[in-house]
Design a protein around this ligand. Structure first.
Ligand code: TXA
Ligand code: MG
Length: 320
């Protein structure tokens, strides 16, 4: 396993592996992905094996442009056209009906999730490989998504090659939108906010599960996910959490302007801006794990739409 610079030689080695039905980790603007030829059964099986990913969970396919995306879809709805024109390349994944002549990417479902990543290295790789690349986040299933090449190396040491593109700029996964029904439906809140999406599509259906975590609609959605090794406690008021009752060492993950927890042995203070907070969140969780922390008490962010994706990830990290 090697971390390589994404220069001409690095890209050539990556393409060679992809053409041999092997896998390559690469940077995107959201998180690092574990890439594989989307329609190679062998390569896809390797992705599931390396990640220990449950077989029911389908993969996102990355393509270089809208035309390539359309080619993999049976129907290309108007909403997909409008959204792609506005947000691609970018952190938005669109679920549409899969072209019938293509095999399913993962479980046997009729849909396909597509996105054009906004990262120079990802686009160069797609171009050089000339293949649609299925790429889940490059981490063991249920772990924290990687925002650096080192995170990938630690989570998936058996990946043959990692292209190093530096820290992923958004640091949180793409927003996943289902366009197969009447109204676009949010499947996963992510980097791209709902306000921007609504300006293009109008109303978006929000599953209750996404909004408040109350109902657990789809299978596996309540699984512990995006979780560090430490136990995560999500608290409305961090200062009220009884420290004696939890396993130590204890760390606090908070954000600016809440309260000063500098008395704590380990404290991570992130930005009060939801985009900046999201960009640093996974790296902070990785750091706390590395520091050997056993319990992370997280100050719950505000219940506003801007924080939807961050709250979703924190809630899953805290699920047992
Ligand atoms: O930002 C991202 O989306 C990153 C980078 C690497 O592109 N990828 C990523 O992949 O987060 P992954 O596998 O960790 O998450 C993919 C999500 C899962 O929740 C999966 O269930 C959903 O997309 N998904 C994939 N295909 C789908 C489909 N056909 N229908 C519904 N959901 C789908
Ligand atoms: Mg993932």
């Amino acid at each position: 396993m090697t971390i390589v610079v994404p220069d001409a030689d690095g890209l050539r080695r990556a393409v060679e592996l992809l053409h041999r039905d092997s896998v390559v980790a690469f940077p995107t603007e959201t998180v690092y992905g574990l890439g594989a030829h989307a329609f190679s059964a062998k390569a896809i099986a390797e992705v599931y094996r390396l990640k220990n990913r449950p077989s029911w969970n389908p993969l996102i396919v990355h393509v270089p442009d809208v035309a390539a995306a359309r080619g993999l879809a049976e129907h290309w709805p108007d909403a997909a056209n409008d959204l792609a024109a506005q947000f691609w390349p970018g952190p938005l994944t669109l679920v549409v009906e899969r072209a019938r002549h293509l095999s399913a990417v993962g479980p046997p479902i009729d849909t396909i999730a597509l996105r054009v990543p906004a990262h120079e290295v990802a686009l160069k790789l797609l171009d050089a490989a000339g293949l649609p690349l299925a790429a889940p986040s490059a981490n063991r299933s249920e772990g924290i998504s990687p925002t650096t090449a080192e995170h990938v190396l630690r989570s998936l040491p058996d990946v043959p090659l990692i292209l190093d593109g530096g820290p992923a700029p958004w640091g949180i996964e793409s927003t996943v939108l289902d366009l197969t029904g009447q109204t676009p439906r949010l499947l996963r809140p992510g980097a791209l906010g709902l306000r921007a999406l609504r300006e293009v599509t109008g109303a978006i259906a929000l599953p209750e599960e996404v909004v408040d975590g109350a109902s657990r609609s789809s299978p596996g959605m309540n699984a512990r996910h995006y979780a560090p090794k430490a136990t995560v406690i999500l608290a409305e008021d961090v200062s009220k959490v009884e420290r004696g009752g939890v396993a130590g060492p204890v760390a606090v993950l908070s954000y600016e302007s809440v309260e000063d927890f500098s008395d704590d042995l380990v404290a991570e203070v992130l930005s009060v801006d939801p985009r900046e907070y999201a960009a640093d969140l996974y790296a902070a969780l990785h750091r706390l794990d590395d520091a050997g922390v056993r319990t992370i008490i997280v100050q719950a962010p505000p219940e506003t739409e801007e924080w939807l994706a961050v709250r979703d990830r924190l809630r899953r990290a805290a699920a047992s």
